[in-house]
Design a protein around this ligand. Structure first.
Ligand code: IMP
Ligand code: MG
Length: 186
């Protein structure tokens, strides 16, 4: 290494504070609760790992007719880079029989849309749900390569790579209570 040369580290810039996120989730919870008020035995499926934090906060804002059933799957389409690998992997996809039920899928972010599209199509084919909707914490519509839209969106963001509030870069930063942009070149 040449002495005196600056080594740029990753730069983390806060986009949405923990407080702003909580306020938005309360609003989202009200909207969803209102639309589901007459729906029986809703199943909420969290897509791990990214949706972990959003899922935990969102379900605690839901007021539904019957108690919720919570299920989890693990899907991934990112490797360790900031670019989608283009094909969806399902390291854990073991759901009980939820045929003909009302299903709400909770995702962290809709980027290319491949992961969400894969999973929504899978649920439709496998379980013929009475209703099937998608809630995502973040939407990056400018990156879409497949035709899918969420029914409930926390925040719509530009084409930035973000971390925190469940979202990772190379399995790091999920624990940050706020959402931040990660610039690897500082
Ligand atoms: P998609 O299949 O391209 O829509 O995106 C799938 C997954 O990529 C998401 O569920 C996230 O786990 C991950 N991802 C997409 N954009 C970001 C980002 O900005 N930060 C962290 N993870 C992301
Ligand atoms: Mg994810």
């Amino acid at each position: 290494m040449v002495t005196g040369e600056k080594t740029a580290g990753p730069k983390i810039t806060e986009l949405y504070s923990a407080d702003k996120i909580q306020k938005r989730i309360i609003e989202l919870g009200k909207t969803i609760s209102d639309e589901y008020k007459d729906v029986e035995e809703l199943v909420v499926i969290g897509v791990m790992k990214g949706a972990l934090v959003f899922f935990a906060d969102l379900v605690r804002q839901l007021k539904t007719k019957d108690p919720l059933q919570m299920e989890f799957v693990r899907l991934s389409s990112y490797g360790s880079a900031t670019e989608s690998s283009g094909h969806v992997q399902a390291p854990y996809l073991d759901l009980p029989n939820i045929s003909n039920r009302h299903i709400l899928v909770v995702e962290d972010i809709i980027d290319s849309g491949r992961t969400a599209k894969f999973f929504m199509d899978y649920l439709e084919g496998q379980f013929h749900p009475a209703s099937l909707k998608l809630a995502c914490f973040l939407d990056k519509p400018s990156r879409r390569v497949v035709d899918i839209n969420a029914d409930y969106v926390g925040f719509t963001i530009d084409d930035l790579f973000v971390i925190g509030y469940g979202l990772d870069y190379d399995e790091k930063y999920r624990e940050l209570p706020f959402l931040a942009e990660l610039d690897l070149n500082g």
